[in-house]
Design a protein around this ligand. Structure first.
Ligand SMILES: [Zn+2]
Length: 100
């Protein structure tokens, strides 16, 4: 029997991936939105892939608000943007980088 891995959808690009490949953002009990690296915090969660564009879309187009059914505060949005900035660049030029 193959154990079914949980599948999650990125709210930015709608790409479906296993839970591990996506980053969870959780709405905490005190009404904040934050990155949940462990995926274990209690509360409604939304998932985003590790593409910066998806995080920007999620914040700019209020996709995160809709997914979490809350209004993400400016402060939390700034923290989420900072998190997105820390994500590695997409591996488009990987070949060039490896051949340096
Ligand atoms: Zn995405």
């Amino acid at each position: 029997m193959v154990r079914r891995r949980p599948q999650r959808t990125c709210i930015g690009c709608r790409q479906i991936d296993t839970k591990r490949a996506l980053v969870r953002v959780v709405r905490t009990g005190d009404g904040r939105a934050m990155v949940d690296p462990t995926g274990k915090l209690a509360g409604r969660g939304a998932y985003l892939c590790t593409s910066r564009a998806c995080w920007q879309r999620a914040l700019d187009q209020k996709l995160l608000n809709r997914a979490l059914r809350m209004t993400v505060s400016e402060e939390d949005a700034a923290l989420l943007r900072a998190y997105a900035e820390s994500l590695p660049e997409p591996v488009v030029g990987a070949e060039e980088a490896a051949g340096k």
